[in-house]
Design a protein around this ligand. Structure first.
Ligand code: PHE
Length: 460
């Protein structure tokens, strides 16, 4: 009996100690801006417009909004709730609420590192293009040569990895929160300016029509599947980023307002990205896909008055949006190293930065520089394979496992208590949340996963 008491005392003091040492956001607003910064990124401004374009325009937008509301929002609240309750990194958090399920967190942090590696490559392009537009040397036909130039690919990857490491090394409040407070409003203003400029172009009408007019004939199973995949990626769900940020929330912070605000801001920016890109592109929609932003947009910029300034602002905008996302991707791994391995933040950053840079090198070289990396499986290069494995499969699988653990291992009652503790007004909605987490989200995600595995197609 004595042994039992002393071990429980030991646990208690352990918790108190690490909880007082644990960093927290300066305010709820700090969390909202940082989490929105994580969610808002290349997924909104680069991926959302071209996925919309490839999946039928307006009709995809409607299905996407439904996916965000019925799957994204409940999963977001679930992740933040687990994080706030456990005050831990994903591995430690799952270990606490469901012993034996730490692997769900492990899957998350590994996916995070995988995504960080190739995401930093694409993010590097945005700096590259910002530099080129400042130098006045933007050329819509130069994208292929840029991708094939190993010096630029590795150089910009290294630059972006350093930038991310620098912010994360400064800590939760002084680094991540302070950066988000400055960058997020700036991003919003930049975007607004660019949208207004785009709407005055002669191409605006055609672009807006494609974006806003739903064509029901274009609705297929794929539309739904792509919408769910995009919602997970865009909202940073399924790998523990929101869980990690939620773990820096205080007990009195209202989790529901946090989740709703982050989802609303991310969706607003994705929709705004459509209003920014489609009017500029107009009829040029056939030249889309992942190069939509880097080729088609540049071709349009080169024709318009004030095109150089617009291009500079546009690529700076993309780079800033990407930075607030890579920071969150890195922080997931950092919080794991700090919590579980008691590493110092700086050492953890050096280790993670080096790892993600090294992992990113094959992706950076897979777009032309090293031919053997460009076609690995089914004509897909290294970067595409990482995007498929980590950015699609692992995120959706992580989301599915989160729902299962929350409902069947931890128990919905505990999750609801955690939420109601700081948001009593949520009570009437708790049952709906449960149904969404227990049935709607898992069934939709399982459908998506089976489809991916059977057809072998990536969602990008
Ligand atoms: N949500 C980010 C974006 O839209 C990408 C991301 C995915 C970030 C997963 C963190 C975790 O660009």
């Amino acid at each position: 009996m004595d042994t039992g008491r002393s071990s429980s005392n030991h646990n208690e003091s352990d918790v108190t100690m690490s909880e007082t040492q644990r960093p927290h956001w300066g305010s709820k607003m700090g969390f909202i801006l940082a989490a929105a910064g994580s969610a808002i990124g290349l997924g909104n401004i680069w991926r959302f417009p071209y996925i919309t374009q490839q999946n039928g325009g307006g009709i995809f937008v409607i299905v996407y909004l439904l996916a965000v509301l019925f799957i994204g929002l409940p999963v977001m609240l679930g992740e933040i709730t687990i994080g706030r309750h456990t005050q831990r990194n994903p591995v430690g958090a799952y270990g606490r609420i469901a012993p034996g399920w730490r692997f769900v967190g492990a899957l998350g942090i590994i996916s995070g590192l995988g995504i960080l590696s190739y995401y930093s490559v694409v993010a590097g392009w945005t700096i590259g293009y910002a530099v080129k537009s400042i130098g006045g040397s933007l050329d819509p036909n130069g994208f292929g040569a840029f991708l094939g130039d190993w010096r630029q690919q590795i150089g910009y990857l290294a630059a972006f990895s350093l930038l991310t490491s620098f912010v994360v090394a400064s800590g939760v409040q002084a680094g991540i929160e302070r950066m988000a407070r400055v960058l997020m409003p700036l991003l919003f203003l930049l975007m607004l300016g660019l949208i207004i400029r785009g709407l005055t172009l002669p191409t605006a009408g055609a672009g807006l029509k494609f974006y806003l007019m739903p064509d029901v004939d274009k609705l297929t199973t794929k539309t739904f599947l792509f919408a769910v995949g995009q919602a997970f990626f865009s909202l940073s769900l399924g790998m523990g980023a929101m869980l990690t940020y939620g773990a820096y929330l205080k007990k009195e912070d209202n989790l529901v307002t946090c989740a709703v605000a982050v989802v609303a801001l991310d969706t607003l920016i994705a929709l705004m990205a459509g209003f920014l890109i489609f009017p500029v592109i107009g009829h040029g929609l056939h030249k889309g896909g992942p190069s939509l932003v880097f080729v088609t947009m540049i071709a349009q910029f080169s024709h318009m008055t004030g095109g150089t300034v617009t291009a500079i602002l546009f690529f700076v905008l993309l780079a800033l949006a990407a930075l607030t996302s890579t920071v969150s991707l890195m922080e997931v791994f950092i919080s794991y190293l700090i919590d579980e391995w008691h590493m110092r933040r700086l050492s953890a950053v050096v280790l993670t930065g080096t790892l993600s840079f090294a992992l990113g090198v094959p992706s950076a070289l897979s777009l032309g520089a090293v031919p053997s990396l460009t076609h690995i499986i089914h004509g897909k290069g290294f970067l595409d394979i990482f995007d498929f494995a980590f950015g699609n499969l692992a995120l959706t699988l992580g989301g599915l496992l989160m729902c299962i653990v929350l409902i069947y291992r931890w128990g919905f009652r505990h999750a609801a208590d955690e939420v109601l503790g700081s948001s009593p007004k949520f009570r009437p909605f708790a049952q709906t949340w449960k149904i969404l987490l227990q049935y709607v989200a898992p069934v939709a995600i399982a459908g998506l996963l089976i489809y991916c595995l059977v057809t072998g197609t990536g969602l990008s």
